[in-house]
Design a protein around this ligand. Structure first.
Ligand code: PMP
Length: 362
């Protein structure tokens, strides 16, 4: 059997081998039904069991308090960029946004199409290489919510604490770091994430929200764009992405087997430290992009002295079985995405490769 790649893809990204093998074992014949999970009605009890189990595992792992619900949506996190203001930004209100980089900017641009927004903090002057301090954050009086991007997948920065926004709902795009560590869900009005990094395959977007924010939506927006449609119908108003949700369920079971989010946090911080140490102890051969305190434990971004050297690194790494290390085309450089399912052994192998490459080219 061919060895699995050292997969550092940014998303879609590595899934746990155990999850893939489990899916393989029940792919053709699901639970004695004579068919695959993707061949059966989403209105039947078998599928509904999977759907509800995914939802309750999410509640269990994140310790989601009463008064919140979990929705399974389509259209990716990018559709949430529009749905948030469509549903929550009433006329006369202001959407407050923190701009930390590429994905925050996309959320801002989309919201600008819908209503009035204000950027209340930004690290643009720092080329988005840091997380701005929010300690004396001033929210507009008419703020409907504060939106921020927990982890900037492209720049490799991450919030390590969230602001207290009082009565103003805090809405966070956690697409690239959901379930990487424990969080206190009661701090948030809404959390959303495309599945294709830490949760499963692409095709489903998870929304965790206070019920008061999603129970009623403006009647002026199309049915499928209303949170209330998903909320009132247990995310079964129309056909859900059933196979993706099934895969999310398997990933959540895997997380539980690993010991839950505290165990994952320890593992993730260890992996990130391996890579950041390799960068910091390279006598300047490798340079970390993000400012120290803003470094992401999910996406490690770094540069070499020249673009030629970066190209050579990416090419030789690929030869050696390390996949996905080229930085995003918009920023260049190199990036190792080390989501939950990337094993420590992949990071150890990459550190070894980085040391060998430095000795040959330093
Ligand atoms: N937000 C963040 C932080 C992301 O990393 C991504 C995808 N890489 C998105 C939003 C967009 O997600 P989707 O492709 O699911 O629309």
């Amino acid at each position: 059997q061919r060895q699995r790649a050292y997969n550092f893809n940014a998303g879609p990204a590595a899934l746990p081998l155990e999850v893939l093998e489990r899916a393989q074992s029940e792919f053709v014949e699901f639970a004695g039904t004579g068919m695959s999970i993707m061949e059966m009605s989403h209105r039947g009890g078998v599928y509904e069991g999977v759907h509800n189990e995914a939802k309750s595992l999410m509640k269990e792992l994140l310790n989601i308090p009463a008064g919140y619900d979990v929705l399974f949506m389509q259209g990716g996190a990018s559709t949430q960029f529009a749905m948030i203001p469509l549903n929550l930004l009433a006329p006369g209100k202001v959407g407050a946004y923190v701009n930390t980089g590429s994905w925050a900017t996309k959320a801002i641009q989309e919201a600008q199409l819908v209503g009035e927004i204000q950027v209340v903090a930004s690290s643009e002057a720092d080329k988005f290489m840091s997380i701005p301090s929010l300690s004396d954050l001033q929210l507009p009086e008419q703020a409907a919510y504060l939106h921020l991007t927990s982890n900037e997948t492209i720049e490799g920065t991450q919030f390590h604490a969230y602001p207290d926004t009082g009565n103003v709902p805090l809405i966070v795009d956690m697409s690239s770091d959901i379930l990487c560590r424990p969080i206190d869900v009661s701090q948030f009005g809404m959390i959303y994430a495309g599945a294709q990094k830490n949760l499963g395959p692409s095709g489903v977007t998870v929304v965790i929200a206070k019920e008061e924010l999603i129970a009623t939506s403006p009647k002026t927006i199309p049915t499928m764009m209303r949170y209330s449609t998903a909320y009132k119908n247990n995310s079964l108003y129309n056909t859900p992405p059933s196979f993706s949700i099934y895969m999310v369920k398997l990933v959540l079971e895997w997380i539980k087997e690993q010991g839950g989010l505290s165990a994952l946090q320890v593992a993730n911080e260890y992996k990130a430290q391996l890579l950041y140490n390799a960068i910091d102890n390279s006598d300047g051969f490798y340079r970390g992009c993000a400012e120290q305190n803003s470094r992401s434990i999910m996406n490690v971004t770094f540069r070499l002295a020249t673009e030629e050297l970066e190209k050579a690194f990416a090419a030789q790494a690929e030869q050696a079985g390390f996949i996905g290390l080229k930085g995003h085309r918009s920023v260049g450089g190199l990036r190792a995405s080390i989501y939950n399912a990337v094993p420590r052994s992949s990071c150890e192998a990459l550190v070894q490769f980085m040391e060998d490459f430095r000795l040959k080219n330093g």
